[in-house]
Design a protein around this ligand. Structure first.
Ligand code: FES
Length: 62
């Protein structure tokens, strides 16, 4: 995965920033939104952000 790829254009949040938020303890979309701001403006990225949160939470558990 390209960690520098932007998932949320409104807030310029990258895949890597979502991963960092999850690695620092966030477990849910809401927590990641609070930490990164991803998905808090237009909402168009929400499905993608949710998908990434689920993926990184799963990875973290391995
Ligand atoms: S693209 Fe993420 S809130 Fe607009």
């Amino acid at each position: 995965m390209n960690m520098d790829k932007i998932v949320c254009n409104c807030m310029s949040v990258t895949n890597g920033m979502i991963k960092d938020a999850v690695d620092s303890g966030a477990d849910t979309l809401e927590e990641v939104q609070e930490i990164t701001g991803a998905g808090t403006v237009c909402g168009a990225c929400l499905d993608d952000v949710q998908h990434l949160v689920d993926f990184f939470v799963e990875e973290r558990g391995k």
